[in-house]
Each structure stands twice: as C-alpha cells, then as structure tokens.
Design a binder for this molecule. Structure first.
Ligand SMILES: [Zn+2]
Length: 270
C-alpha cells in the first residue's frame, strides 16, 4: 500500500536548520523529493505558510515550481485573516476550482483568532463549495509569539457543529491536548486529525515511549483508525524518524493502511 504524507513544508526554519545560506526553493524541493524517495513516501502535500517571505515561499511560488512536472506532490494553501489580500482569496478560489490546490490551511494561534471567528467563514464556505478539507493548526505552536488558547482543539467543536458539511483536519492531533482532540473526533464525524509535528527532529527513546502509548490509546477509541492521517511536518520533524515511529507501533494491516494511505486519499480525494 502506498504512503501519503499529508503535512510537509518547503519553508526554511533558521532556528532548527542551522545552515549558513538559505537554500533556494529549488534546492529545498530537491531535498524533499530525495527524502521522500529514501523513505518510500509515495505522495506528499506541501502546506504553505501564514506569511510569505524569503524563508516561506508563497502558494504561487510553489504552484509555479511544480507546474508541468509529474512530481507526486500536492499543495494546501495557507491562509490568514491578517496577511491575506482580496486578490489572494480570489486566487484560492480559482486554484480550488481548477484542482490546483487540495485544501486550505489556517494558522490559529500563530494569528490571534479562534477558528470560529466569523472572519474565517468565507474559507469554510469555499471548502464546502469545492469539497476540500480545511486543515487547522491545533496544539502547541512552533513560535514563542503565538498564543495557544486560539489553537486549543476544543475550539474546533463550534465550526464542526455549525458547518456539518465541512471536512476539518486538526493538525498535530492537538498535541498535548490529545484527550480533547479525541473527544472532538468522537463527537464530530466531519473531523479528522493528522499526527504530524509531535517532535522537532528525531523521536528520542522517551518520545517513542510517550507517543506510542498516546497514539495507541487514541486509535483504540471508537472508529479512530478511520480518522487519523499520517503526516510528518518535515523538515521540522525528521521524515525517517517519523515513519520508523509508525513502524514501531506495529499496527494491524487495516489500521496501518487507513492511517498511512486510505484516510488521506479519501479526505483529499487524491
Ligand atoms: Zn506544519
């Protein structure tokens, strides 16, 4: 069964990738493709960021660099209330219409709005119209200026209830609030969660122990094998360490296939 990584970035993170010169977008893409091939990852979704600058390529830049190539890569467009323009919103609509992007990613916590803020509703309406998922950051943030109350998984309940046709993916299973994430998944059949970004770099032995216990508990809960998606958050998390972590969970074939392939394939209609 092929493997889909539903959560990677082509951003450069100066605080963890301690390289002197910022690699070009082309170099980063080459590295992604090489890392995917080394780890037998068949398809990945590139998520663009909450701001676009020299370290964080824009959605248009990613679209351009992938154009006319048959890389096994898809794009999910980052969107923020504070940093978007009307033109960008219109482009997102066109890209969705043309199947160029596979969903939209929101960065609650990184920007100070709850997911149920009315200002996001136009994105939810767009996702419903084009039957694509909205991915929402939940849990701890990779930035000290973020505010985590906006990223708490319980906030997802409001939009899940108010938009029953909207497919929602909680990124990072709301880590460390896995129980809250579990309840939101249990209660709302239109919500999924990706397991990306649980560690920076490699899983240590302690991480392995902690998260094995937690993920297995989550998977044992009602219907959860159908609701979790595999994602790494590369290059923040190490792709090899991530897939090895999943191997060590020793999941039965059905659960493994759902987590690594089928759920993403269904939700993103790949
Ligand atoms: Zn991420």
């Amino acid at each position: 069964m092929p493997i889909i990584d539903c959560h990677v970035h082509l951003n450069y993170y100066s605080n963890i990738q301690k390289i002197k010169r910022i690699p070009s977008l082309k170099q980063r893409l080459t590295e992604l493709l090489q890392t995917m091939s080394n780890n037998n990852i068949d398809y990945a979704l590139i998520l663009t960021s909450y701001k676009f600058d020299s370290e964080r390529p824009s959605t248009s830049q990613i679209i351009n660099i992938l154009k006319n190539k048959d890389y096994k890569l898809g794009i999910v467009a980052g969107f923020t209330i504070d940093n978007h323009t009307n033109e960008y919103f219109k482009k997102c609509k066109e890209w969705l219409k043309d199947g160029i992007i596979k969903g939209i990613k929101l960065y609650c916590g990184y920007e100070y709005y709850y997911p149920y803020d009315r200002k996001y509703q136009k994105i939810y309406d767009l996702c419903i119209e084009y039957k694509v998922p909205v991915m929402i950051h939940t849990g701890d943030t990779f930035s000290t200026t973020s505010k985590v109350r906006f990223a708490h998984p319980l906030n997802i309940d409001d939009i899940a209830v108010d938009n029953p046709e909207l497919i929602i993916i909680m990124c990072h299973i709301g880590n460390p609030w896995l129980l809250d994430c579990q309840e939101i998944l249990y209660k709302n059949k239109n919500v999924y969660a990706d397991i990306s970004g649980l560690v920076i770099g490699n899983f240590t032995l302690n991480d392995q122990k902690n998260y094995t216990y937690k993920i297995k508990a989550l998977l044992r809960y009602v219907d959860m094998p159908h609701r979790l998606l595999y994602g790494s958050d590369w290059p923040i998390s190490n792709m090899e360490s991530y897939i090895k972590f999943v191997d060590k969970l020793k999941l039965n074939k059905q659960t493994r296939d759902l987590l690594l392939f089928k759920n993403s394939s269904n939700v993103f209609r790949l």
